[in-house]
Design a protein around this ligand. Structure first.
Ligand code: SF4
Length: 300
């Protein structure tokens, strides 16, 4: 049976949200005025499923070393994988290299500003395209991540969390909330910041919230419908094994014998072989003619 709310959906007043945002927003390096659209795009690749604190030092080193798409495109994929370090999901580094190559070759080294052209770039999905259009080019497009979904579910609809992660309805929801003026891009950023720092998943800090009206608070914080979210584990997963194998190769500047990879994960041989096969299939690792292994671009 549908969950009937006692009140109609609420609005989020831009003045309340933006007034708070101006004073409370974090001084993240990719928000500074001299940062280019390409560097913002790099931050969005890195921030996918990765906490801000881990991204900051890697992003700073990365953009100092490869400040433009053409500089990134000219870099060795092996160097990019080394610089990616422990951010996880290293396919993103490879996709970023492909994305840089297309921008340098087809777009005069300038990140496109419209969502449809951004969506055609390698590794750029709906969220990243909108985030770059909004944060780099100040376009009034809805930018919807899990933080924004949660704030809108709570403040507007009175639910503990978003009903689905499909995104279609959420985009319409957030688009309807955006102010119809030059504040729209800041409103998107502020919604995200509120979800990241105040209206957090486990313990919302309602005492610090700038919104004077919140449907979930008014309804007495009804619990989430349906099963809770599963917490992702890392220890013992194929992701961890891939990370261990990549660590070995990052530490070398020439191909290594298979035995050097074998000792990196001894507890489950099948899992290790599966992880190595997946790294080869993803194009992150190559096998030389004499049977040794290297990061892609390192097999001389
Ligand atoms: S009042 Fe609490 S639950 Fe509502 S939006 Fe603010 S922090 Fe989130």
């Amino acid at each position: 049976m549908a969950h009937i709310l006692p009140y109609p959906p609420m609005n989020i007043p831009p003045t309340e949200l933006l007034g708070w945002y101006e004073g409370a927003r974090r001084d993240l390096p990719w928000r500074r005025p001299d940062v280019t659209p390409w560097q913002i795009l790099v931050s969005e690749f890195m921030l996918q499923q990765t906490p801000v604190a881990r991204v900051v030092p890697v992003w700073q080193d990365w953009v100092a070393r490869w400040p433009t798409p053409s500089a990134t495109a000219a870099a060795s994929p092996a160097d990019l994988l080394r610089a990616w370090g422990k951010l996880g999901y290293p396919r993103r580094a490879k996709r970023l290299h492909e994305c840089a190559t297309v921008i340098a070759r087809d777009h005069d080294d300038v990140v496109p500003h419209d969502v449809d052209t951004l969506l055609a770039l390698p590794g750029v999905g709906g969220y990243t395209a909108r985030a770059v259009a909004c944060f780099a080019y100040r376009q009034p497009v809805p930018v919807v991540d899990t933080n924004v979904r949660r704030v809108v579910a709570r403040a507007v609809h009175g639910r503990a969390d978003a009903v689905s992660s499909s995104g279609v309805r959420d985009h319409a929801d957030v688009a309807a909330l955006l102010p119809d003026d030059e504040r729209a891009h800041r409103f998107s950023a502020a919604l995200m910041e509120l979800g990241a720092t105040v209206c957090t998943a486990r313990s919302p800090r309602c005492g610090l919230c700038p919104l004077t009206e919140c449907a979930w608070r008014r309804a007495g914080y009804p619990p989430a419908l349906g099963p809770g979210r599963k917490v992702q584990t890392y220890a013992g997963t194929d992701r961890q094994v891939r990370g261990c194998l990549l660590d070995v190769l990052r530490g070398k500047d020439c191909p290594v014998a298979k035995a050097e990879l074998d000792v990196a994960w001894l507890s489950d041989i099948q899992q290790r072989e599966r992880a190595l096969d997946s790294l080869l299939a993803d194009g992150l690792v190559t096998r030389t003619a004499d049977g040794r292994y290297a990061l892609v671009g390192d097999a001389h």
